[in-house]
Design a protein around this ligand. Structure first.
Ligand code: SIN
Ligand code: MN
Length: 265
């Protein structure tokens, strides 16, 4: 459960970062499974223009370890607490930001896309992310504009050309104005860090030209009453199974990681 101070910080700043929250064993299994998923040729695995993996969608539905993260109480409970109701999985993605070739994510707000493309009524969905690699200042960390969630939905353009992934992005004057008041932060740290941020928080990330990959897995959890009304995207990008998530017990992913480790020995 989030403390009162953490809850206040989330509401004021629009994000909350809890370093080293998942154990090394839990992260190790999620990370090795992510690499195995990226090696598959399937529509859910989206690639950069270079061919390197960009993101793998819906891995919680075809991979057991990621299925357990998708129901991990450390992921589900804080979001239930902030929304005051049960949540379902709107989107699940493992972003690669591959070494040398990981491409940018232009400045955007996620709720802008959920509202325009999915018909989501309110910004009562949010991302909760886990670092699978070390996130450093140099390998394309996620950059956030603190307090920018208080601006509502900003005007955006549909960018279908800059990267391989279509996105509603913000223009330079808008980002300049918002950053003048909020500044920019980039939470960094060891694998296992947990980051949650408001659906209207402005964020983006630069390319990765270092030898260090920067994998982050993002769950987008939506309040059940806020289910999407007009889906236009593939089911595996914006899910239409609105059943509330029933969390596992605290140790389920750790036990699975241990069994996996023993089988490999
Ligand atoms: C996103 O905004 O959805 C992803 C950005 C990133 O992983 O760098
Ligand atoms: Mn985003």
């Amino acid at each position: 459960m989030l403390t009162e101070q953490q809850t206040r910080q989330f509401h004021e700043e629009g994000y909350l970062f809890l370093p080293e929250t998942f154990s090394p064993a839990e992260v190790a299994i999620l990370k090795s499974e992510a690499d195995q998923i990226y090696s598959q040729q399937r529509p859910e695995v989206w690639r950069e223009k270079s061919g390197a993996p960009r993101t793998a969608f819906a891995a919680h539905l075809y991979n057991e370890a990621h299925g357990l993260l998708a129901r991990h109480p450390l992921m589900i409970r804080p979001v239930e607490q902030l929304f005051g109701e049960q949540v379902y999985m709107h989107q699940y993605k493992i972003n690669a930001k591959a070494s040398f070739t990981g491409d940018v994510w232009q400045w955007h707000q996620d709720y802008g896309t959920w509202a325009r493309d999915d018909g989501m009524p309110e910004p009562r969905a949010m991302n909760i992310a886990v670092f699978l690699d070390e996130v450093m200042p140099i390998n394309g960390p996620l950059m956030l504009v603190p307090r920018s969630h208080t601006n509502g939905v900003l005007a955006a353009q549909h960018d279908t050309s800059t990267t391989s992934y279509p996105l509603w992005t913000l223009d330079e004057p808008t980002v300049t104005r918002i950053v003048e008041t909020g500044g920019i932060v980039a939470p960094t740290g060891k694998p296992g860090g947990l980051l949650l941020f408001h659906g209207n928080l402005v964020h983006g990330s630069a390319g990765n030209i270092t030898p260090y990959p920067r994998k982050i897995v993002y769950l987008t959890l939506n309040a059940v009453s806020n289910y999407i009304r007009k889906p236009t995207r593939a089911e595996w990008i914006a899910h239409t199974d609105f059943a509330p998530i029933i969390p596992t017990d605290e140790g389920a992913l750790a036990r699975y990681a241990q069994t996996f480790q023993q089988a490999a020995e």
